[in-house]
Write a protein that binds this ligand. Structure first.
Ligand SMILES: Cc1cc2nc3c(=O)[nH]c(=O)nc-3n(C[C@H](O)[C@H](O)[C@H](O)COP(=O)(O)OP(=O)(O)OC[C@H]3O[C@@H](n4cnc5c(N)ncnc54)[C@H](O)[C@@H]3O)c2cc1C
Length: 463
Protein backbone atom coordinates (compact mmCIF):
# COMPACT_ATOMS: atom_id res chain seq x y z
CA UNK A 1 0.00 0.00 0.00
CA UNK A 2 1.48 3.41 -0.92
CA UNK A 3 1.75 6.04 1.79
CA UNK A 4 -0.19 9.27 1.26
CA UNK A 5 1.05 12.66 2.42
CA UNK A 6 -1.16 13.41 5.36
CA UNK A 7 0.50 15.89 7.70
CA UNK A 8 -2.14 16.61 10.30
CA UNK A 9 0.00 18.95 12.42
CA UNK A 10 1.63 20.75 9.52
CA UNK A 11 -0.49 23.88 9.35
CA UNK A 12 -0.52 24.23 13.13
CA UNK A 13 3.26 23.87 13.27
CA UNK A 14 3.72 26.62 10.68
CA UNK A 15 1.55 29.19 12.47
CA UNK A 16 2.19 28.19 16.06
CA UNK A 17 -1.54 27.80 16.63
CA UNK A 18 -2.16 31.56 16.21
CA UNK A 19 -4.90 33.00 14.00
CA UNK A 20 -4.82 29.82 12.00
CA UNK A 21 -7.49 29.61 9.37
CA UNK A 22 -8.61 25.97 9.36
CA UNK A 23 -8.22 24.15 6.06
CA UNK A 24 -11.82 22.98 6.39
CA UNK A 25 -15.02 24.76 7.39
CA UNK A 26 -15.29 25.17 11.19
CA UNK A 27 -18.30 23.57 12.85
CA UNK A 28 -21.15 25.99 13.57
CA UNK A 29 -21.30 27.64 16.99
CA UNK A 30 -23.92 26.01 19.25
CA UNK A 31 -26.80 28.32 20.19
CA UNK A 32 -28.18 27.35 23.62
CA UNK A 33 -31.30 29.48 23.08
CA UNK A 34 -32.39 27.04 20.32
CA UNK A 35 -32.68 24.37 22.99
CA UNK A 36 -34.61 26.70 25.30
CA UNK A 37 -37.07 27.56 22.50
CA UNK A 38 -37.42 23.86 21.62
CA UNK A 39 -38.22 22.98 25.26
CA UNK A 40 -40.85 25.74 25.47
CA UNK A 41 -42.47 24.66 22.17
CA UNK A 42 -42.58 21.01 23.29
CA UNK A 43 -44.00 21.96 26.71
CA UNK A 44 -46.72 24.11 25.07
CA UNK A 45 -47.44 21.20 22.70
CA UNK A 46 -47.84 18.86 25.67
CA UNK A 47 -50.22 21.31 27.38
CA UNK A 48 -52.23 21.66 24.16
CA UNK A 49 -52.42 17.86 23.82
CA UNK A 50 -53.83 17.52 27.33
CA UNK A 51 -56.15 20.46 26.60
CA UNK A 52 -57.47 18.61 23.54
CA UNK A 53 -58.58 15.64 25.63
CA UNK A 54 -60.12 17.82 28.36
CA UNK A 55 -62.14 19.97 25.97
CA UNK A 56 -63.39 16.88 24.11
CA UNK A 57 -65.31 15.69 27.21
CA UNK A 58 -68.65 17.06 28.44
CA UNK A 59 -69.98 16.71 31.98
CA UNK A 60 -72.77 14.41 30.69
CA UNK A 61 -70.24 12.11 28.96
CA UNK A 62 -68.22 11.88 32.17
CA UNK A 63 -71.27 10.78 34.14
CA UNK A 64 -72.29 8.09 31.66
CA UNK A 65 -71.17 4.47 32.39
CA UNK A 66 -67.44 4.20 31.67
CA UNK A 67 -67.23 8.00 31.20
CA UNK A 68 -64.35 8.63 33.62
CA UNK A 69 -62.29 5.68 32.34
CA UNK A 70 -62.97 6.87 28.79
CA UNK A 71 -61.69 10.36 29.60
CA UNK A 72 -58.59 9.10 31.42
CA UNK A 73 -57.95 6.51 28.67
CA UNK A 74 -58.07 9.17 25.93
CA UNK A 75 -55.88 11.59 27.90
CA UNK A 76 -53.21 8.98 28.71
CA UNK A 77 -53.23 7.77 25.08
CA UNK A 78 -52.71 11.27 23.67
CA UNK A 79 -50.08 12.21 26.27
CA UNK A 80 -48.22 8.91 25.75
CA UNK A 81 -48.24 9.24 21.97
CA UNK A 82 -47.07 12.86 22.19
CA UNK A 83 -44.15 11.86 24.43
CA UNK A 84 -43.30 9.00 22.05
CA UNK A 85 -43.04 11.60 19.26
CA UNK A 86 -40.77 13.71 21.47
CA UNK A 87 -38.56 10.63 21.98
CA UNK A 88 -38.35 10.18 18.22
CA UNK A 89 -37.49 13.88 17.84
CA UNK A 90 -34.68 13.51 20.38
CA UNK A 91 -32.95 10.92 18.24
CA UNK A 92 -33.68 12.62 14.92
CA UNK A 93 -30.48 14.62 15.53
CA UNK A 94 -31.81 17.99 14.45
CA UNK A 95 -28.40 19.68 14.05
CA UNK A 96 -29.22 22.90 15.94
CA UNK A 97 -30.26 20.88 19.02
CA UNK A 98 -27.56 18.19 18.68
CA UNK A 99 -24.89 20.89 18.65
CA UNK A 100 -26.01 22.07 22.10
CA UNK A 101 -26.78 18.77 23.83
CA UNK A 102 -24.43 16.45 21.94
CA UNK A 103 -25.33 12.85 21.17
CA UNK A 104 -24.75 11.88 24.82
CA UNK A 105 -27.21 14.50 26.04
CA UNK A 106 -29.86 13.60 23.46
CA UNK A 107 -29.61 9.90 24.29
CA UNK A 108 -29.71 10.63 28.02
CA UNK A 109 -33.00 12.49 27.59
CA UNK A 110 -34.31 9.81 25.23
CA UNK A 111 -33.64 7.17 27.92
CA UNK A 112 -35.04 9.28 30.78
CA UNK A 113 -38.26 9.85 28.89
CA UNK A 114 -38.59 6.25 27.70
CA UNK A 115 -40.65 4.79 30.61
CA UNK A 116 -43.36 7.48 30.28
CA UNK A 117 -44.83 6.89 26.80
CA UNK A 118 -44.98 3.13 27.24
CA UNK A 119 -46.60 3.40 30.70
CA UNK A 120 -49.13 6.00 29.55
CA UNK A 121 -50.03 4.01 26.43
CA UNK A 122 -50.40 0.82 28.50
CA UNK A 123 -52.73 2.75 30.84
CA UNK A 124 -54.64 3.96 27.76
CA UNK A 125 -55.19 0.39 26.52
CA UNK A 126 -56.39 -0.84 29.93
CA UNK A 127 -58.58 2.18 30.74
CA UNK A 128 -60.32 2.29 27.36
CA UNK A 129 -61.05 -1.43 27.42
CA UNK A 130 -62.60 -0.97 30.89
CA UNK A 131 -64.52 2.10 29.68
CA UNK A 132 -66.05 0.31 26.68
CA UNK A 133 -66.82 -2.75 28.84
CA UNK A 134 -68.62 -0.58 31.41
CA UNK A 135 -70.54 1.21 28.68
CA UNK A 136 -71.58 -2.09 27.04
CA UNK A 137 -72.13 -3.73 30.47
CA UNK A 138 -69.99 -6.66 29.50
CA UNK A 139 -66.74 -8.35 30.63
CA UNK A 140 -63.38 -6.68 30.00
CA UNK A 141 -61.89 -9.59 28.02
CA UNK A 142 -64.99 -10.01 25.87
CA UNK A 143 -64.95 -6.26 25.17
CA UNK A 144 -61.28 -6.40 24.27
CA UNK A 145 -62.13 -9.01 21.61
CA UNK A 146 -64.98 -6.84 20.30
CA UNK A 147 -62.70 -3.81 20.10
CA UNK A 148 -60.14 -5.77 18.07
CA UNK A 149 -62.73 -7.17 15.66
CA UNK A 150 -65.23 -4.37 15.18
CA UNK A 151 -63.47 -1.04 15.68
CA UNK A 152 -61.58 0.41 12.73
CA UNK A 153 -57.75 0.37 12.99
CA UNK A 154 -57.74 -0.97 16.58
CA UNK A 155 -56.18 -4.28 15.53
CA UNK A 156 -53.27 -2.44 13.85
CA UNK A 157 -52.86 -0.18 16.88
CA UNK A 158 -52.79 -3.22 19.17
CA UNK A 159 -50.06 -4.82 17.05
CA UNK A 160 -48.20 -1.49 17.32
CA UNK A 161 -48.60 -1.56 21.11
CA UNK A 162 -47.32 -5.16 21.28
CA UNK A 163 -44.25 -4.07 19.28
CA UNK A 164 -43.69 -1.14 21.67
CA UNK A 165 -43.83 -3.48 24.66
CA UNK A 166 -41.38 -5.88 22.98
CA UNK A 167 -38.94 -3.02 22.24
CA UNK A 168 -39.32 -1.70 25.80
CA UNK A 169 -38.55 -5.15 27.28
CA UNK A 170 -35.50 -5.63 25.07
CA UNK A 171 -34.29 -2.13 26.03
CA UNK A 172 -34.20 -2.94 29.75
CA UNK A 173 -30.54 -2.55 30.66
CA UNK A 174 -30.07 -6.09 32.01
CA UNK A 175 -31.48 -7.63 28.81
CA UNK A 176 -29.97 -5.13 26.40
CA UNK A 177 -26.40 -5.68 27.46
CA UNK A 178 -26.70 -9.37 26.57
CA UNK A 179 -27.65 -8.57 22.98
CA UNK A 180 -25.24 -7.40 20.29
CA UNK A 181 -25.63 -3.68 19.78
CA UNK A 182 -26.41 -4.00 16.06
CA UNK A 183 -29.19 -6.54 16.71
CA UNK A 184 -30.66 -4.40 19.48
CA UNK A 185 -30.47 -1.37 17.22
CA UNK A 186 -32.28 -3.10 14.30
CA UNK A 187 -34.99 -4.38 16.66
CA UNK A 188 -35.34 -0.96 18.24
CA UNK A 189 -36.25 0.50 14.81
CA UNK A 190 -39.57 -1.36 15.12
CA UNK A 191 -40.65 1.57 17.30
CA UNK A 192 -41.13 3.62 14.12
CA UNK A 193 -43.42 0.90 12.73
CA UNK A 194 -45.30 0.72 16.05
CA UNK A 195 -46.01 4.46 15.97
CA UNK A 196 -47.07 4.35 12.32
CA UNK A 197 -49.51 1.50 13.09
CA UNK A 198 -51.01 3.49 15.96
CA UNK A 199 -51.60 6.69 14.00
CA UNK A 200 -54.89 5.93 12.22
CA UNK A 201 -56.92 4.73 15.22
CA UNK A 202 -56.22 7.96 17.11
CA UNK A 203 -57.59 10.12 14.30
CA UNK A 204 -60.55 7.85 13.49
CA UNK A 205 -61.70 7.05 17.05
CA UNK A 206 -60.23 9.67 19.41
CA UNK A 207 -62.97 11.84 21.00
CA UNK A 208 -60.64 14.83 20.56
CA UNK A 209 -60.58 14.32 16.79
CA UNK A 210 -63.99 12.94 15.79
CA UNK A 211 -65.92 15.99 14.55
CA UNK A 212 -62.92 18.29 15.13
CA UNK A 213 -61.27 18.77 11.72
CA UNK A 214 -58.84 21.44 12.96
CA UNK A 215 -57.52 19.13 15.73
CA UNK A 216 -57.14 16.36 13.13
CA UNK A 217 -55.15 18.60 10.81
CA UNK A 218 -52.86 19.85 13.62
CA UNK A 219 -52.23 16.34 14.97
CA UNK A 220 -51.50 15.02 11.47
CA UNK A 221 -49.12 17.93 10.84
CA UNK A 222 -47.29 17.14 14.08
CA UNK A 223 -46.75 13.54 12.94
CA UNK A 224 -45.75 14.61 9.45
CA UNK A 225 -43.28 17.16 10.83
CA UNK A 226 -41.70 14.54 13.11
CA UNK A 227 -41.45 12.01 10.27
CA UNK A 228 -40.04 14.76 8.01
CA UNK A 229 -37.31 15.66 10.52
CA UNK A 230 -36.31 12.02 10.97
CA UNK A 231 -36.21 11.43 7.21
CA UNK A 232 -34.30 14.67 6.56
CA UNK A 233 -31.68 14.41 9.29
CA UNK A 234 -31.26 10.66 9.88
CA UNK A 235 -31.43 9.63 6.22
CA UNK A 236 -31.45 12.60 3.82
CA UNK A 237 -28.52 14.63 5.13
CA UNK A 238 -26.17 11.60 5.51
CA UNK A 239 -26.97 10.50 1.94
CA UNK A 240 -26.39 14.01 0.59
CA UNK A 241 -23.10 14.40 2.51
CA UNK A 242 -21.85 10.96 1.50
CA UNK A 243 -22.62 11.63 -2.17
CA UNK A 244 -21.12 15.10 -1.98
CA UNK A 245 -17.81 14.06 -0.40
CA UNK A 246 -17.46 10.57 -1.96
CA UNK A 247 -15.01 9.33 0.61
CA UNK A 248 -12.85 6.31 -0.03
CA UNK A 249 -10.11 4.66 1.97
CA UNK A 250 -6.62 5.46 0.67
CA UNK A 251 -4.47 4.07 3.46
CA UNK A 252 -4.65 2.09 6.69
CA UNK A 253 -1.66 2.83 8.96
CA UNK A 254 -0.66 1.03 12.11
CA UNK A 255 -0.34 3.41 15.06
CA UNK A 256 0.22 0.97 17.93
CA UNK A 257 -0.86 -2.47 19.17
CA UNK A 258 -4.34 -3.08 17.72
CA UNK A 259 -4.72 0.57 16.67
CA UNK A 260 -4.85 1.81 13.07
CA UNK A 261 -5.44 5.14 11.41
CA UNK A 262 -7.64 5.11 8.32
CA UNK A 263 -6.99 7.91 5.88
CA UNK A 264 -9.87 8.64 3.57
CA UNK A 265 -9.81 10.84 0.52
CA UNK A 266 -12.83 12.85 -0.52
CA UNK A 267 -14.10 15.73 -2.58
CA UNK A 268 -14.88 19.22 -1.26
CA UNK A 269 -13.87 18.36 2.32
CA UNK A 270 -13.18 22.05 2.90
CA UNK A 271 -16.98 22.45 2.87
CA UNK A 272 -17.64 19.82 5.58
CA UNK A 273 -18.51 21.84 8.69
CA UNK A 274 -16.68 20.09 11.53
CA UNK A 275 -15.12 21.05 14.84
CA UNK A 276 -12.17 19.31 16.44
CA UNK A 277 -13.44 16.72 18.96
CA UNK A 278 -16.49 15.75 16.90
CA UNK A 279 -17.23 12.28 15.58
CA UNK A 280 -18.95 10.76 12.58
CA UNK A 281 -20.88 7.55 12.12
CA UNK A 282 -18.82 5.58 9.59
CA UNK A 283 -20.19 2.97 7.22
CA UNK A 284 -17.54 1.13 5.21
CA UNK A 285 -19.16 -0.20 2.08
CA UNK A 286 -17.70 -3.73 2.01
CA UNK A 287 -19.78 -6.88 1.72
CA UNK A 288 -19.62 -7.62 5.45
CA UNK A 289 -19.61 -4.11 6.92
CA UNK A 290 -22.00 -1.94 4.86
CA UNK A 291 -25.04 -2.61 7.06
CA UNK A 292 -23.61 -1.12 10.27
CA UNK A 293 -22.47 2.41 11.05
CA UNK A 294 -20.19 2.95 14.06
CA UNK A 295 -19.08 6.18 15.72
CA UNK A 296 -15.42 7.20 15.53
CA UNK A 297 -14.02 10.63 16.31
CA UNK A 298 -11.90 12.43 13.78
CA UNK A 299 -8.33 12.09 15.01
CA UNK A 300 -7.37 15.27 13.15
CA UNK A 301 -9.29 18.12 11.56
CA UNK A 302 -9.85 17.43 7.85
CA UNK A 303 -6.81 18.22 5.76
CA UNK A 304 -8.48 18.32 2.31
CA UNK A 305 -8.60 16.09 0.38
CA UNK A 306 -7.97 13.84 3.40
CA UNK A 307 -9.84 12.89 6.55
CA UNK A 308 -8.49 10.65 9.28
CA UNK A 309 -9.98 8.41 11.94
CA UNK A 310 -7.98 6.28 14.38
CA UNK A 311 -9.48 3.05 15.62
CA UNK A 312 -8.71 0.55 18.35
CA UNK A 313 -9.88 -2.95 17.47
CA UNK A 314 -12.04 -4.21 20.33
CA UNK A 315 -14.80 -6.14 18.54
CA UNK A 316 -15.85 -7.46 15.11
CA UNK A 317 -16.36 -4.12 13.39
CA UNK A 318 -13.46 -2.14 14.83
CA UNK A 319 -11.06 -5.06 14.25
CA UNK A 320 -12.20 -5.46 10.62
CA UNK A 321 -11.20 -1.83 9.99
CA UNK A 322 -7.51 -2.83 10.05
CA UNK A 323 -8.21 -5.06 7.03
CA UNK A 324 -9.90 -2.39 4.89
CA UNK A 325 -8.51 -2.17 1.38
CA UNK A 326 -7.67 1.10 -0.44
CA UNK A 327 -10.56 2.06 -2.68
CA UNK A 328 -13.23 0.99 -0.15
CA UNK A 329 -16.09 3.47 -0.39
CA UNK A 330 -17.21 5.15 2.83
CA UNK A 331 -20.58 6.66 3.79
CA UNK A 332 -20.81 9.09 6.71
CA UNK A 333 -23.37 10.54 9.10
CA UNK A 334 -22.54 13.63 11.07
CA UNK A 335 -20.39 15.34 12.24
CA UNK A 336 -21.97 15.02 15.67
CA UNK A 337 -21.04 15.89 19.24
CA UNK A 338 -20.73 18.85 21.59
CA UNK A 339 -17.18 17.92 22.69
CA UNK A 340 -15.75 20.98 20.97
CA UNK A 341 -13.89 24.17 21.82
CA UNK A 342 -17.24 26.01 21.61
CA UNK A 343 -18.23 24.48 24.95
CA UNK A 344 -15.35 26.26 26.72
CA UNK A 345 -16.27 28.63 29.60
CA UNK A 346 -12.71 29.50 30.77
CA UNK A 347 -9.70 30.66 28.83
CA UNK A 348 -7.54 27.72 30.00
CA UNK A 349 -8.26 24.04 29.49
CA UNK A 350 -7.24 20.59 30.68
CA UNK A 351 -7.69 17.70 28.25
CA UNK A 352 -7.71 14.19 29.67
CA UNK A 353 -7.73 11.11 27.42
CA UNK A 354 -8.08 7.49 28.46
CA UNK A 355 -6.59 5.14 25.84
CA UNK A 356 -8.13 5.66 22.42
CA UNK A 357 -9.97 8.75 23.78
CA UNK A 358 -6.82 10.52 22.54
CA UNK A 359 -8.49 10.81 19.09
CA UNK A 360 -11.08 13.37 20.21
CA UNK A 361 -8.57 15.22 22.39
CA UNK A 362 -6.07 15.29 19.52
CA UNK A 363 -8.45 16.92 17.02
CA UNK A 364 -9.93 19.26 19.67
CA UNK A 365 -6.44 20.58 20.39
CA UNK A 366 -6.27 21.95 16.85
CA UNK A 367 -9.19 24.29 17.56
CA UNK A 368 -7.67 25.72 20.74
CA UNK A 369 -6.06 29.14 20.56
CA UNK A 370 -2.61 29.85 21.95
CA UNK A 371 -3.82 31.39 25.23
CA UNK A 372 -5.66 28.23 26.21
CA UNK A 373 -2.44 26.98 27.84
CA UNK A 374 -3.59 23.36 27.49
CA UNK A 375 -2.52 20.76 30.00
CA UNK A 376 -3.04 17.37 28.40
CA UNK A 377 -3.07 14.11 30.34
CA UNK A 378 -2.78 10.92 28.32
CA UNK A 379 -3.52 7.70 30.15
CA UNK A 380 -2.60 4.23 28.84
CA UNK A 381 -1.60 0.83 30.19
CA UNK A 382 1.70 0.66 28.29
CA UNK A 383 3.81 3.25 26.47
CA UNK A 384 3.05 1.49 23.12
CA UNK A 385 -0.62 2.19 23.76
CA UNK A 386 0.04 5.94 23.84
CA UNK A 387 -0.89 6.40 20.19
CA UNK A 388 -0.73 9.83 18.52
CA UNK A 389 1.25 11.12 21.51
CA UNK A 390 3.91 12.66 19.24
CA UNK A 391 1.28 14.70 17.41
CA UNK A 392 -0.34 15.73 20.68
CA UNK A 393 3.04 16.84 22.06
CA UNK A 394 3.72 18.95 18.99
CA UNK A 395 0.31 20.62 19.01
CA UNK A 396 0.62 21.34 22.74
CA UNK A 397 4.12 22.73 22.35
CA UNK A 398 2.90 25.25 19.77
CA UNK A 399 0.21 26.34 22.23
CA UNK A 400 2.73 26.66 25.07
CA UNK A 401 1.05 23.94 27.12
CA UNK A 402 2.19 20.74 28.85
CA UNK A 403 1.61 17.03 28.35
CA UNK A 404 1.65 14.39 31.11
CA UNK A 405 1.72 10.74 30.16
CA UNK A 406 0.37 8.38 32.81
CA UNK A 407 1.44 4.87 31.93
CA UNK A 408 0.82 1.79 34.03
CA UNK A 409 -1.92 -0.33 35.49
CA UNK A 410 -5.01 1.38 36.86
CA UNK A 411 -4.06 0.58 40.44
CA UNK A 412 -0.66 2.24 40.03
CA UNK A 413 -1.85 5.33 38.18
CA UNK A 414 -4.54 6.73 40.41
CA UNK A 415 -6.92 9.59 39.77
CA UNK A 416 -5.76 11.38 42.92
CA UNK A 417 -2.77 12.60 40.86
CA UNK A 418 -5.08 14.91 38.93
CA UNK A 419 -4.95 17.51 41.72
CA UNK A 420 -1.16 17.49 41.61
CA UNK A 421 -0.97 17.66 37.78
CA UNK A 422 -3.64 20.35 37.53
CA UNK A 423 -3.04 22.72 40.45
CA UNK A 424 -5.21 25.47 38.88
CA UNK A 425 -7.94 23.05 37.81
CA UNK A 426 -10.76 25.34 39.05
CA UNK A 427 -9.72 28.00 36.53
CA UNK A 428 -9.88 25.51 33.65
CA UNK A 429 -12.47 23.81 31.50
CA UNK A 430 -11.88 20.07 31.72
CA UNK A 431 -12.44 17.85 28.67
CA UNK A 432 -12.43 14.08 29.17
CA UNK A 433 -12.69 11.37 26.49
CA UNK A 434 -12.34 7.60 26.55
CA UNK A 435 -13.98 4.43 27.85
CA UNK A 436 -17.07 4.82 30.05
CA UNK A 437 -15.54 3.80 33.36
CA UNK A 438 -12.52 6.06 32.84
CA UNK A 439 -14.65 9.07 31.94
CA UNK A 440 -17.02 8.54 34.88
CA UNK A 441 -14.14 8.29 37.35
CA UNK A 442 -12.36 11.37 36.02
CA UNK A 443 -15.59 13.40 35.97
CA UNK A 444 -16.32 12.38 39.58
CA UNK A 445 -12.76 13.29 40.63
CA UNK A 446 -12.71 16.72 38.98
CA UNK A 447 -16.15 17.52 40.42
CA UNK A 448 -14.77 16.63 43.87
CA UNK A 449 -11.84 18.97 43.16
CA UNK A 450 -14.33 21.83 42.72
CA UNK A 451 -14.61 22.21 38.91
CA UNK A 452 -18.01 23.70 38.02
CA UNK A 453 -20.40 21.30 36.28
CA UNK A 454 -20.67 23.45 33.16
CA UNK A 455 -16.87 23.50 32.82
CA UNK A 456 -16.66 19.70 32.54
CA UNK A 457 -17.16 18.27 29.04
CA UNK A 458 -16.89 14.62 28.15
CA UNK A 459 -17.27 12.11 25.35
CA UNK A 460 -17.86 8.50 26.36
CA UNK A 461 -16.63 6.06 23.71
CA UNK A 462 -19.53 3.64 24.14
CA UNK A 463 -23.32 3.79 24.06
C1 LIG B 1 -18.89 9.33 20.34
C2 LIG B 1 -17.96 8.13 20.16
C3 LIG B 1 -16.72 8.31 19.60
C4 LIG B 1 -15.85 7.23 19.46
N1 LIG B 1 -14.63 7.42 18.91
C5 LIG B 1 -13.78 6.38 18.77
C6 LIG B 1 -12.48 6.55 18.19
O1 LIG B 1 -12.09 7.66 17.79
N2 LIG B 1 -11.67 5.46 18.09
C7 LIG B 1 -12.07 4.22 18.52
O2 LIG B 1 -11.31 3.27 18.40
N3 LIG B 1 -13.31 4.03 19.08
C8 LIG B 1 -14.15 5.07 19.20
N4 LIG B 1 -15.41 4.86 19.73
C9 LIG B 1 -15.79 3.51 20.16
C10 LIG B 1 -16.23 2.69 18.95
O3 LIG B 1 -17.41 3.23 18.40
C11 LIG B 1 -16.51 1.26 19.38
O4 LIG B 1 -15.31 0.73 19.88
C12 LIG B 1 -16.92 0.41 18.21
O5 LIG B 1 -18.16 0.86 17.71
C13 LIG B 1 -17.01 -1.03 18.68
O6 LIG B 1 -17.69 -1.83 17.76
P1 LIG B 1 -17.28 -3.37 17.58
O7 LIG B 1 -18.31 -4.05 16.75
O8 LIG B 1 -15.88 -3.45 17.10
O9 LIG B 1 -17.28 -3.92 19.05
P2 LIG B 1 -18.46 -4.50 19.95
O10 LIG B 1 -17.96 -5.75 20.57
O11 LIG B 1 -19.76 -4.54 19.20
O12 LIG B 1 -18.64 -3.35 21.05
C14 LIG B 1 -17.67 -3.05 21.98
C15 LIG B 1 -18.10 -1.79 22.74
O13 LIG B 1 -18.36 -0.70 21.83
C16 LIG B 1 -19.68 -0.20 22.00
N5 LIG B 1 -20.30 -0.05 20.66
C17 LIG B 1 -20.47 -1.01 19.74
N6 LIG B 1 -21.08 -0.55 18.66
C18 LIG B 1 -21.31 0.75 18.91
C19 LIG B 1 -21.94 1.78 18.17
N7 LIG B 1 -22.44 1.59 16.95
N8 LIG B 1 -22.05 2.97 18.77
C20 LIG B 1 -21.53 3.19 19.98
N9 LIG B 1 -20.91 2.27 20.72
C21 LIG B 1 -20.81 1.07 20.20
C22 LIG B 1 -20.46 -1.21 22.79
O14 LIG B 1 -21.36 -0.57 23.68
C23 LIG B 1 -19.38 -1.94 23.56
O15 LIG B 1 -19.14 -1.29 24.77
C24 LIG B 1 -16.27 5.93 19.88
C25 LIG B 1 -17.54 5.76 20.43
C26 LIG B 1 -18.38 6.84 20.56
C27 LIG B 1 -19.76 6.63 21.15
Amino acid sequence: MTSVTFDPVGSSRRTGGRHRKPASKPGPVPRPWVLEVAVIVLAVGFGATLGLSITAESWTQLQAPGGVAMFLGSATGLAGTYLALVMVLLVSRVPAVERVLGQDGLLRWHRRLAPWPISLIAAHVVLLTIAYAQAARTGVLREFGTLLQSFPDVLEATVGFALMVAVAIVSIHAIRRRIRRERWWAFHLLMYLALALAFAHVIVLGPSFVGHPLARVLWSLLWLATAGLVIAYRFGLPVVRSLRHRLEVVEVREEGPGVVSVICKGRRLDALPVSGGQFLEWRFLTRSMWWQAHPFSLSARPSPPYLRLTVKGIGDFSSAIARLKPGTKVAIEGPYGAFTSHARRNQKVALIAGGIGVTAVRSLLEDLPRGSDPIVILRASTSEDLVLSGEVAELVRHRKGRVHELVGSRSLVGFERLAELLPDIKQRDVYVAGPEEFVNRVVATVSRLGVAKDAVHYEIFAL
